[in-house]
Design a protein around this ligand. Structure first.
Ligand SMILES: Cc1cc2nc3c(=O)[nH]c(=O)nc-3n(C[C@H](O)[C@H](O)[C@H](O)COP(=O)(O)OP(=O)(O)OC[C@H]3O[C@@H](n4cnc5c(N)ncnc54)[C@H](O)[C@@H]3O)c2cc1C
Length: 358
């Protein structure tokens, strides 16, 4: 069976990994001259967001045979709203290297491939490839092909400004800021690579490329962040839903298939999951839509969070983080297996209906 995968990111490589298990030798078309991320940053996987899965790293190893070594565990989550600071401690998730280094997530998956042909510097085009291959998996990390195919529905447009900074950091702490003044309806966070280097990222919604620079400066100024900057980047980021995810012999996986969540912009696990499921659908003939339903459902839950979050202002953020910091609520949210995204989405859906915003 001939399978082409467009995009050598997380979804594309995870798909190739799964196909190899069934003796299929896929061809990955990657437009860049390398595998990995253009802009170095540290991403996160948070346990509270991923429930009912307790530990995504273990889960991916056991269920998909994909072995990813994180940079560190997250043992401290510090939330900062304009006038409140909430600290949560425990086994809260993982920090992962996203770059071109050998420890980067994409490079780690690449190293586990044995039988895949990787064509670097080759732009994949689904129209011509779908005529020459039995199946084509679109895993380009963006919405352009889904848009062309008429199955993309935009949820959120964001701009991301990020930097690698030097300083002294706790490698197990993730710090997150919410503040309407500089995040608008987004958020900012600091995730360390190590004790001496960290990633600082601001994600704002509905801004132009020019405006993001203003909000970035405001963020650094307001929070008095004076770290030396090693490297900087800026990019636009979209989340949306895709339906159908399979058209003829074309499968849309990862961000290209709407995997990224519309609340926090988490998409790593979802991209790996949809890549693996595209492969399973190709191999077993099972419905791709059915296989990826858990991710679609989860993203719809996250959309409820997004709608509720969009209505909250700085006072609301302070109240929210005060509440999260209260012992009973903190315990319930972080130290029991309660499915917080599911429960929160149901509560927000009801609340939004009551105030006529749904
Ligand atoms: C700054 C930033 C921070 C993030 N933080 C987090 C986080 O903390 N937690 C989390 O879970 N998620 C996070 N995400 C989201 C996560 O990185 C993505 O959801 C995930 O990488 C998507 O994987 P993918 O395989 O769909 O796309 P990608 O990993 O983007 O890979 C797509 C690949 O396709 C290639 N490509 C594109 N078009 C073509 C073409 N026509 N032909 C050939 N190749 C092509 C690209 O070069 C790229 O290599 C973050 C994203 C960004 C940008």
């Amino acid at each position: 069976m001939k399978v082409a995968i467009i995009g050598g990111g997380l979804a594309g490589l995870a798909c190739a990994h799964e196909l190899e298990k069934h003796n299929i030798k896929p061809v990955v078309y990657e437009r860049n001259s390398y595998i990995g991320d253009q802009f170095s940053h540290v991403s996160a996987i948070l346990e509270i967001i991923g429930r009912p899965i307790k530990d995504h790293i273990t889960y991916m190893r056991q269920e998909f045979g994909i072995d990813i070594k994180p940079l560190n565990t997250i043992n401290n989550l510090t939330h900062l709203s304009p006038n409140k600071k909430t600290i949560i401690k425990g086994n809260l998730g993982y920090l992962l290297n996203r770059s071109k280094d050998s420890t980067a997530v994409a490079v780690q998956i690449l190293q586990q491939l044995k039988n895949t042909e990787i064509r670097l510097n080759e732009l994949g085009d689904y129209e011509s490839l779908s005529k020459n291959y039995d199946h084509v998996v679109v895993a380009t990390g963006n919405s352009s092909f889904a848009d062309e195919l008429g199955c993309w529905h935009i949820w959120l447009d964001t701009y991301v400004r990020g930097a690698t900074i030097a300083g002294n950091f706790d490698p197990n702490t993730l710090t997150a800021w919410v503040n309407r003044d500089f995040c608008k309806r987004g958020y900012a966070y600091l995730t360390p690579f190590s004790e001496k280097k960290a990633s600082l990222i601001l994600i704002t919604t509905d801004v132009t490329e020019k405006e993001i620079d203003h909000y970035w400066e405001l963020f650094l100024y307001t929070e008095n962040l004076k770290y030396p900057i090693i490297e900087e980047f800026k990019l636009s980021h979209r989340s949306g839903s895709v339906y159908p995810n399979k058209l003829g012999n074309i499968y849309l996986a990862g961000n290209a298939g709407g995997a990224i969540d519309p609340f926090l912009g988490f998409g790593q696990y979802n991209s790996i999951f949809t890549g693996v499921m595209a492969a399973r659908s190709i191999v077993n003939g099972e419905s791709y839509e059915d296989l990826i339903r858990p991710i679609i459902k989860r993203n719809l839950d996250m959309l409820q969070f997004r709608k509720a979050y969009d209505l909250v202002g700085n006072k609301g953020y302070d109240l929210l983080f005060s509440a999260i910091g209260m012992p009973g609520i903190k315990h319930l949210l972080y130290y029991t297996p309660i499915n917080a995204p599911r429960l929160g989405a149901a509560i927000f859906k009801r609340a939004l209906k009551l105030i006529g915003k749904q």
